[in-house]
Design a protein around this ligand. Structure first.
Ligand code: NAD
Length: 454
């Protein structure tokens, strides 16, 4: 069954039907139509999977995807046409282009935390580049997966664009097939499984992984803004965001004040009892709930700390007096728990970050721009927002992806189409002239002239 789906997609790609821009545009428009026609059902599915309210369902999944797909449609012609580049003197007369070509059949494997955008935005990039696509939503966000499983066959060209629902067995079967590109979003352990399987066929991979994204707060920071932007980014989707601030490294002089500002923002956002707020999400599964609850023993609770197993609720929490050896600092948290560690200097914060795997995101808050510049230039991370959180990945003009342990490759905007096309270098030479200079037999004079060019 799975091999048949892939074979059908391959036959569709080889038939050439996915190449015309009109076909690509029709599929992308249909993707938008699917999201708009069924926005309420998607919103209800996100509520069921993650306890997410309708506003954040729209802002971070449904509407977010539509905005990106609209941008791709608007730029489709420009992003897929040949790109002229310079031609060196030795190849003159001639012209040089990079000609985009689709890769073939693409596999997109998505996680559960933003289960619409993390599946459909890469799929849109793959379609825009002229590929056939097989997509695999996460089984953890089961309601969203079931809805996509029902709708995708209704809205797309079924020969070229297919959905396979399922968990590890189905993904394992998919990974045994030959694809021309695999785009995986999720954790690094499975990222390694994906890359190993891809190696069998020398299939290129994009790995969008996670990690512990640090947030450095300098003593010069605007603490009211820092507190609000950190609280928003940490507690949206109950912390189940790959680019959420994982932990804070606060200058010791301002750490207490920063906790006060975060507390104020939590109250402003979710009221005195966040469990009753319609805007605060729930943990995706009992397994993740238990994993997170165990982390609450690290340090001392300064904000939140309450849990409710039945509802898979964990309050927006800040832990202070945390040390680097505490459980909460040993793995990506991926929940609404924010440990705060103090540092005496920016250099200490930089050393802390550099002693650990490269994170997906890094945030620095300082009014002293020298501090911001120093942190940006002396650390390595997938991306950075200065004096903010998450926003570097929301626009289509900055490619989004990790580095080292946080992944490889990038997407969003033009980068999201380029990921799925081969920019084939093509040099066209003229036959009007054919200087004998480069051909043997070499003479001293010929060599002297050639050395001026090479
Ligand atoms: P998940 O459990 O939904 O897994 C992701 C996908 O991998 C699913 O489709 C699942 O079916 C598949 N899978 C799971 N186990 C597998 C196996 N053994 N073999 C083959 N396939 C398998 O999601 P997750 O990994 O829990 O997602 C959370 C992680 O993803 C976090 O680390 C987070 O930081 C990261 N993430 C990264 C980004 C990004 O854009 N870089 C975005 C979201 C999440």
């Amino acid at each position: 069954m799975i091999s048949q789906v892939v074979a059908t997609a391959r036959a569709a790609f080889e038939s050439g039907k996915t190449r015309p821009l009109a076909w690509r545009k029709a599929q992308l428009s249909s993707m938008i139509k699917m999201l708009r026609d069924n926005a309420d059902e998607f919103s209800a599915a996100l509520k069921q999977d993650l306890g997410r309210g309708p506003e954040e369902a729209w802002l971070y999944d449904i509407g977010f995807s539509i905005t990106e797909i609209e941008l791709i449609i608007k730029n489709l012609k420009k992003w897929t046409e040949p790109r002229k580049v310079s031609t060196p003197l030795v190849s003159m007369p001639g012209s040089s282009h990079r000609i985009p070509q689709p890769l073939g059949v693409v596999l997109v494997i998505a996680p559960w935390n933003y289960p619409i955008q993390l599946l459909l935005i890469p799929v849109a990039g793959a379609i825009a580049a002229g590929n056939a696509v097989v997509m695999k939503p996460s089984e953890v966000s089961s309601a969203t997966s079931a809805l996509l499983g029902k709708l995708v066959p209704q809205y797309f060209d079924n020969e070229a664009i297919a959905i396979v629902e399922g968990a590890v067995p189905e993904t394992t079967q998919l990974l045994a097939e030959k694809f021309d590109h695999i785009f995986y979003t999720g954790n690094g352990t499975v990222g390694r499984v994906v890359m190993r399987a891809a190696a069998e066929n020398l299939t290129p991979v994009t790995l969008e992984l996670g990690g512990k994204s640090p947030t450095i707060v300098d003593k010069s920071a605007n603490l009211a803004i820092a507190g609000r932007r950190i609280a928003w980014a940490k507690y949206v989707n109950a912390g189940q965001t790959c680019v959420a601030p994982d932990y804070v490294l606060a200058h010791a002089d301002i750490a207490d004040k920063l906790v006060d500002e975060i507390r104020k923002s939590v109250n402003d956002f979710y009221g005195v009892d966040p469990q009753n707020s319609g805007d605060f999400a729930r943990i995706s599964s009992p397994r993740h709930f238990s994993r997170l609850k165990a982390m609450l023993t690290s340090g001392k609770v300064a904000i939140g700390g309450q849990t409710d197993e039945q509802q898979r609720y964990i309050a927006p929490t800040v832990l202070v007096d945390v040390t680097a050896s505490d459980p909460v600092m040993q793995e990506e948290i991926f929940g609404p728990i924010l440990p705060m560690l103090t540092v005496e200097s920016i250099d200490e914060a930089i050393s802390f970050v550099n002693a650990r795997p490269h994170p997906l995101a890094l945030y620095v808050f300082a009014e002293d721009q020298k501090v911001n510049d120093k942190v940006v230039s002396s650390t390595t991370s997938g991306g950075v927002t200065v004096n903010g959180t998450i926003f570097h990945m929301t626009g289509p003009f900055l490619p989004f992806g990790g580095v080292g342990e946080s992944g490889m490759g990038a997407y969003h905007g033009r980068a999201g189409v380029d990921t799925f096309q081969h920019l084939k270098p093509v040099l066209k030479r003229s036959t009007r002239v054919d200087a004998p200079l480069a051909y043997p037999p070499y003479t001293k004079r010929k060599f002297a002239i050639l050395k001026k060019f090479i």
